[in-house]
Design a protein around this ligand. Structure first.
Ligand code: ADP
Ligand code: MG
Length: 229
């Protein structure tokens, strides 16, 4: 089997709360293989976001090892961690977090320009990605002029703009009605496939989870395989 793009061992996370320490992750192990699309389920408060934030190098875990494309990133200094994240990982959140004053096209072009691409090249790739998501006639719209499903599609295109190997999505359809959720998820799935990206997708929607390559559930701070009932 090929090397995992993301490997997690013994991940632990405890929050200090007014009511005392709250341990959310108690030794999470995970291997994400190239191109596979893995669902992450678990009740609200089970630690899905905590896991995704640690996996995405956005937060420091209390213990454990996170290896991205073969490189141990557990103890990297902040600046280097950010560099690795921007080069290898795309993130989609429940709320799109698009820049309101920019068009869909520029929201997807901007991260590429920050990474050093010319405006022309960045906009060309943005147009291709948005086209694959069926948004060709929406590229010049601003986020407020788009529906919720369209906004999330733009967020997916933006997450994949710099051709990351890993896509992390935290309840990307959590704000959408079931029909729209299905469409956005199909788009995310199709685009991740066509771009060869491995994805870890947290969702409450078991219907959608059933379509993924495999599904893991967070229970008592550990990951377990989940099978469709
Ligand atoms: P999920 O995404 O599965 O809903 P989270 O990872 O967001 O779970 O949260 C897991 C638990 O940790 C929840 O009980 C939440 O209230 C708590 N939690 C999350 N972030 C913090 C924080 N920064 N400080 C204190 N508690 C937190
Ligand atoms: Mg969450």
């Amino acid at each position: 089997m090929s090397e995992p793009v993301l490997s997690i061992r013994g991940l632990e996370r405890t929050y200090r709360t007014a009511a005392g320490p709250l341990t959310v992750l108690r030794g999470v192990d995970l291997d994400l293989r190239p191109g596979e699309i893995v669902g992450l389920i678990g009740p609200s408060g089970s630690g899905k976001s905590s896991l995704l934030h640690a996996a995405g190098l956005l937060e420091h875990p209390d213990a454990g090892r996170i290896t991205v494309l073969g490189r141990d990133c557990s103890n990297l200094a902040e600046a280097e961690r950010t560099r690795v994240r921007l080069a290898t990982i795309g993130f989609v959140y429940q709320f799109h977090h698009l820049l309101p004053e920019f068009s869909a096209l520029d929201n997807v072009a901007l991260p590429q320009m920050i990474a050093g691409k010319s405006r022309k090249a960045a906009q060309a790739r943005a147009a291709v990605l948005l086209g694959e998501l069926g948004l060709t006639d929406r590229v010049h719209h601003q986020p407020a002029q788009l529906s919720g499903g369209e906004q999330q599609r733009v967020a997916v295109a933006r997450a994949l703009a710099n051709a990351p190997r890993i896509l992390l999505a935290d309840e990307p359809t959590g704000n959408l009605d079931p029909k729209t959720s299905e469409g956005v998820f199909e788009n995310l799935y199709g685009l991740a496939r066509s771009q060869g990206v491995a994805a870890l997708v947290a969702t409450h929607n078991l219907e959608l989870a059933g379509h993924m390559d495999r599904v893991l559930t967070l229970k008592d701070g550990h990951l377990e395989p989940w099978t469709k009932p």
